[in-house]
Write a protein that binds this ligand. Sequence first.
Ligand code: KG4
Ligand code: ZN
Length: 804
Amino acid sequence: MKNANETKFVAAIDTSTDMLACTVARIDGADGSIDVLASGDHLCRRHANVELIDTLDAMLARAGVAREQLDAYVVGRGPGSFTGVRIGISTAKGLAYGANAPLYGTSTLDASAWTAWLAGVRGLLGVAADAMRGEVYPALYRLDDAGVCRLFDRERVVKAAVAVEEWAGRADAAELQLTGDGLVRYGDRFEEAGLTSCIDRSLWWPSGEGLLRAWRVGAENADDVAGYGDPALVLPIYTRLSDAEENERKRLGLAQSEQSQTTGVADELAGRHLQFRPMGPADAEAAADLERSCFADAAHAPWSAAQFLEELSPSAAVPRSWWVAHDDGELVGYAGGMVVEHEVEILDVAVVSERRREGIARKLLAHVSYDAQMLGCTTASLEVEAGNSPAIALYEALGFARVGVRPGYYGHGVDAAIMKAELPLVLPVDAASPEPTAAVVRAWPLAEPERTDEETAELARRRLVLAIESSCDETAAAIIDVEGNMLANQVSTQIDFHARFGGVVPEIASRKHVEAIVGVIDAALEEAGHALGLSGGTVAPAELAAIGVTQGPGLVGALVVGVAFAKGMAYAANVPLIAVNHLEGHLFANLLAQPDLKPPFIFTLVSGGHTMLVHVRDWGDYRVLGETLDDAVGEAFDKVAKALGLGYPGGPIISRLAETGDPKAIEFPRALNRKGDYRFSLSGLKTAVVNYIEQETAAGRTIHVPDLAASFEAAVFDVQYKKAWAALRETGAREYCIGGGVAANPHLRKMMMKKLGRQGVRVTLPPQGACTDNAAMIAEVARRKFERGEFSPLNIDADPNMTL
Ligand code: KG4
Ligand code: ZN
């Protein structure tokens, strides 16, 4: 913190439980005492995103503190309800980012313990916080007059019955007093086991003041930790992997061959490009081969296949994480580590020699350390031969520092260097790369930019609108000026994290948004600073004129991250908020290519979630002529690709394959082909394709995948063309445009251009890069709403079911 002796104003928030905790306090500069000025803690089930900013605003008013006066924010990092934790953290990140103030995270369980302490509770305290699905987060504390002392190492999740048994079996069980919102559901079970002493029910949830206390205790040791206070680095406390990841671990542990997941046709195509996935037993032989070739000259013995298998065994004593990189079905690298307390010990990293310059090791380590973080690790360590300078250089670049040597560890005269790093590892913020990104450690708050008078005037004249998009698996930010000049356009895709599951996993998507959002916005503000030639560099949040954000439709857990962040940022930077409909974004992407596009016209929306034919009578006046009755077009591409074992997302892979295929080779059905029917149905086509694959495979025939891809595309696009043309004729519109991820498909683009062009219709296509999800299209919508003064209140929530 800037000046330790200054009195500071701090706001603390936590929405990890049903309690919306929100407290504004003054921290005395001399003795660090906490003086609560206003507290709006209240139970607010599932409404945190609606009420949080308004509550904070009311508390600041009651405290007589202006938002600009806040010196810092404190947020509860859970563990708790996944969505709840994310709302609190995302809002807090936005607030701190918008205010250029530090953000400090603290454990919600610690806050609960301090809440009890503040009420006078002393002695042995058990916090049983509700983790849903029959589980609790159990946490034991010793409370005395001096304060609260943790009796556990890291947060964890267990079945309620396990917590009951553990605590009832303690020698000091009679002393134990209980608290935590888990008692609402499981209080009876604790009672039946003889644990009858509960503190007053009104104290079962964390309070804002409890958060502040918990933070102050941690802060004494953390003040000089690098990056402390940077909102980019504050992440939820997770105690388990997502369900999808957990299931995958189990599945891999069953020694099932990786090959069996893909159909026989996939061989030539499986993993056409570099992919990452967790190591499975089927990889053990290849890993041992690679290990032998990599460490041929090393002083230590290479790992054997049996050793790899042992690592992967589900009965391993401590959690492990092993990842492989593969390309064209061949193993090109792997890395693994084991979790010991708060630390992941990196056990092995290897990459084939021909591919050492592609950052593969870095990505592998990123995956392993990410898993480790999810399993509660805060640091990573490894040992490396002291003479292996290329490896040491790589590790140093990732943030590892030498902390010691083990003389002769790798044999006579060959020392091991012991290296350690804080998690997350230092990875370059590369918005275009699908690897996990973590902000480089930097001083926070940022220095205020220095501006010349002309620059200040120019910024004011331009009126910059920042747009944020987080509806699915891309975290994106763009900055546009009021005249429509796109000054920044950043997208961070998570595809790599979802590809191994054959589709987007919602829980992983929202985790990734929380991790990526600050870095992506940083990059956008910096890009805009460059575009404007600002001598003082990056644009500051307060220099924006408005903030737009995708409100829906999309995955609710993903949307809330963007919406909560945008609201927090808009509030702290004191600029208006603009809610944007994602579907309207896909439509407005056309304006990026053709600014004079004017209604009336016909618009086809084909994305991963939507298939619609729309008569745009005016901007904002949309008549949906027809929608899909089942799968969306993009979804059908993804499902067909999955059936062929081609990976995710299917659209780009299938369109690449279709290039060399014959669209007339296989006759697939065209659904709802009746005149005047604008509805779509794709599940029949998908089934026909899957049946075809099964039939041919069973008959022992080789499938010509390019022909299949081209014929599938033809069936889809044929229907799209016919219905679009019918709608144009019926409405008399002379203009046509298209949007959504599938609009990136070159065959669809070419076909519409040619066939509708021939009919005298002007066809507009969005820029290829603006078809799949991006924030530039959101910015275009936001800019126009900005001009009309269409702002949103700060109590809006994400709306996953929004329509056009
Ligand atoms: O608009 P989008 O990025 O996300 C949603 O809002 O749903 O669309 C993603 C969808 C995916 O299903 C993907 O397979 C599809 O767009 N897609 C394509 C192509 N590129 C992406 N489909 C066909 N051909 C492509 N080249
Ligand atoms: Zn989309």
